[in-house]
Every structure is written in structure tokens, then in C-alpha cells.
Design a protein around this ligand. Structure first.
Ligand code: FMN
Length: 357
């Protein structure tokens, strides 16, 4: 049986949503896809949490449809056996397009346990993880792609991504993603795309580039400067899901459809909150959405006051009423773009109306 891939076999390089803990949940991925993301990644999922049957960990897998969408499920951990067991657990219930191993998370709690970016300092353990997970994937039809997401290296004096990537390929990875910052940089400073290029030259498998892709021209430049097979958008997609439409349209047609109108942004913000509330439960969903809501309203008149008010709400209805009242006061026509949230359409159809007038 043939599996779906992450858009890598298409004639134009895929543009997708990077994994982001606390952001890339089911509603976010659905929005990203509806706006043209060729692939999405889940938030990182703890291998130990799956093995220990932690319900909160399983929640991160909710919404993924069996071999139906180009989503990569990302797991993290440091123990090869637990990682293989986690892979088996995931594949016994869902069959994602790819299973990704996190080797880039910089968070102290994660690296102290030997997981995330710490694996770049322990290539033998990383190899062992990849080869054991690869064995698990082997017995599944269709076989999901095995991918590894890494950073440039640990710090300035250890930018070992090219060698490390070659070892991961040798161990069985069929796709590599490189966030071109070191662990010491966390998320600050400029991503060094040269490292992506070095990885691309070093390995035979496709490489996805990550770091500082915020616009269509950024995506074009990363593709041309590094030779990567596709790009990921991280922070620029937070509260800004139409970014995928803008980048896709720019790459395919050299045009930028621009930002939605303020009323459309508010409408989307409201729909996104409702989806989160339905998905996570009212209070959790709304509280978790605050960061994204701040981005949705960024640059609008009185945004800072609006953000303060949004921070006080714990129900989607309150958010909805506030945004409606704000739109009325500003004279913004709150209206949805012409797409159907429930239907994940072919992203290569491009996006619908996004008026720039
Ligand atoms: C809030 C947040 C959460 C993230 N969570 C993850 C994660 O769970 N797994 C991962 O591999 N990378 C994670 N990342 C890194 C992103 O996938 C991406 O590589 C990084 O943000 C660089 O891309 P950007 O400059 O486009 O944001 C996260 C980044 C952010 C900002």
C-alpha cells in the first residue's frame, strides 16, 4: 500500500508547519493545512509518556487520521528501547506520514534527561534510537517516513550537524530537518542557513530547512541558498496561519496575496479560539490560545489594550464577544475567508480569496 508523504514528491518544494510545543495541536494543524501548508508536525510527544500510558501525552495524538494527512508525529526521549516502544504504540493506533525524532529541543529539563539537542552530543545513542525506531517502522505498511529534526549543533564550537546528519541517515533516517541555530542560541540570533546547505551536500536524503522563514522571499532564498527539499515555518505561523498561503502563492506564482483584512483576522482568531475550546476544553483551550491571540491582533489599533483584555478571559464566548465589540468599534467587517475548516483540501489549489484591497 502506498503511503502519503510530506509533499516531497511534488514538483514544487513543500512548505510546512514546524513542530511547536504548545502551538501545533490539531486545530492549529487544521488551520495550517487549510491555508496551504503541505505538511504539518505535531508538538513533541514524550516517549516515556506514551510508554507509561499518560493520558495527557496521548491527547497530543488526538485528531490524526489514519494515513490520511501529511503529518509527522514527533517523539522525544533518550532511551532507545522506550523510543522504539513509543513508535510501536503510535503505529498501532495511527499511521502518520512520518515519525520524527526530536534531536533539537533546547529546554534544560529535556536536555538534562539526555533527550532533544543533547542527542547531538551523543551520536551513538542517537544512532541507536534511529535504528531501533527504523526496525519498528519496517513492519508497517505503508511504512511511515522516519525523520530526525536537529539543530546546527550544541554551540558555536560544536556545529556538528553535517556529520551528525550523515550518521542519522546511515542509521535509517529517510528525512532530516535542520533548525539552523545551535542549542546555546535557543531561539535568539539569526539562523545560519549555511549549516543547512552543508547538511544538504553531505546526505542523500531530503532535508527540510528551518529557521527565520517568515515570508515568501525568505522561503525562496532558503531553498535557493541551501538546496533544501522544503522549508518549515515556525514562529511566523503563530496567530498567522495564512502565512502558508502567502508563501505558497509567492513560490508558485511570484505573487504575495498579502495579509487578510483586519475583520478577517478577527474572524479567524475567533474561530481558532472556538476550535481550541472544543478540542482542549473551554478554559484550557482559551488560556492556551492567549499567545496566539496576541499575534492575531498584533498591529491592529489599540492592540495592547485588547491583549490585556484577552488575557482575562477564560471562555471562547467572552473572547468572541470582545472581538465582535472591538470590530464594531473599529468599523471592521468581521467576516470569514471563504474556506471550510472541516475540509482539508488539496493545499496546492492555493488559497482562496484573501483580499489585499
Ligand atoms: C514555541 C515553540 C515551540 C517549539 N517546539 C518544538 C518542538 O516541539 N519540536 C521541535 O523539533 N522544535 C520545536 N520548536 C522549534 C521550531 O520547530 C523551529 O525549528 C524553530 O522555531 C525555528 O524556526 P523559526 O525561526 O521559523 O521559528 C519550537 C519553537 C517554538 C517557537
Amino acid at each position: 500500500m502506498e503511503g502519503i508523504n510530506l509533499g516531497l514528491s511534488s514538483s514544487s518544494p513543500p512548505v510546512g508547519a514546524a513542530p511547536m510545543a504548545g502551538i501545533s495541536d490539531f486545530p492549529f494543524r487544521l488551520l495550517a493545512r487549510n491555508f496551504g501548508a503541505d505538511f504539518t508536525f505535531t508538538e513533541m510527544v514524550s516517549a516515556q509518556g506514551l510508554v507509561r500510558d499518560n493520558p495527557n501525552t496521548f491527547e497530543l495524538l488526538r485528531g490524526i487520521r489514519q494515513n490520511r494527512e501529511p503529518v509527522a508525529v514527533q517523539i522525544f526521549g533518550s532511551e532507545p528501547r522506550a523510543m522504539a516502544a513509543a513508535a510501536e504504540i503510535i503505529l498501532s493506533s495511527i499511521l502518520p506520514a512520518a515519525l520524527d525524532i526530536n534531536m533539537g529541543c533546547p529546554v534544560p529539563k529535556v536536555v538534562k534527561s539526555g533527550a532533544g539537542a543533547a542527542l547531538m552530543c551523543a551520536p551513538e545513542v542517537a544512532e541507536n534510537i534511529v535504528s531501533r525506531v527504523s526496525d519498528v517502522l519496517e513492519s508497517h505498511d505503508p511504512r511511515p517516513l522516519l525523520s530526525v529534526k536537529m539543530r546546527s549543533g550544541w554551540n558555536d564550537s560544536s556545529t556538528n550537524a553535517p556529520d551528525f546528519a550523515a550518521r542519522m541517515e546511515e542509521a535509517g533516517a529517510g528525512l532530516l530537518s535542520v533548525h539552523a541555530r545551535t542549542r546555546s542560541m535557543f531561539y535568539s540570533g539569526q539562523a545560519d542557513w549555511e549549516l543547512i546547505e552543508k547538511v544538504v551536500r553531505r546526505v542523500g536524503v531530503p532535508v527540510l530547512g528551518s529557521g527565520d522563514v517568515c515570508t515568501g522571499p525568505d522561503a525562496r532564498d532558503m531553498l535557493s541558498q541551501t538546496g533544501c527539499a522544503g522549508v518549515m515555518v515556525g514562529r511566523a505561523a503563530i496567530g498567522n496561519p495564512w502565512i502558508f498561503c502567502r508563501i505558497r502563492t509567492y513560490l508558485d506564482r511570484g505573487e504575495d496575496p498579502g495579509d487578510p483584512l483586519p475583520g478577517e483576522r478577527l474572524w479567524l482568531a475567533k474561530e481558532h479560539v472556538k476550535m481550541e475550546a472544543a478540542f482542549r476544553g473551554e478554559r484550557r483551550g482559551v488560556v492556551l490560545m492567549r499567545r496566539q491571540l496576541h499575534k492575531y491582533v498584533r498591529g491592529l489599533p489599540g492592540a495592547s489594550e485588547l491583549r490585556d483584555q484577552l488575557n482575562r478571559f477564560e471562555s471562547a464566548r467572552e473572547v468572541e464577544l470582545l472581538l465582535a465589540e472591538y470590530a464594531r468599534r473599529q468599523g471592521f467587517h468581521q467576516e470569514g475567508p471563504n474556506f471550510d475548516f472541516a475540509r482539508v483540501h488539496d493545499p496546492r489549489q492555493g488559497c482562496r480569496r484573501f483580499s489585499t484591497n
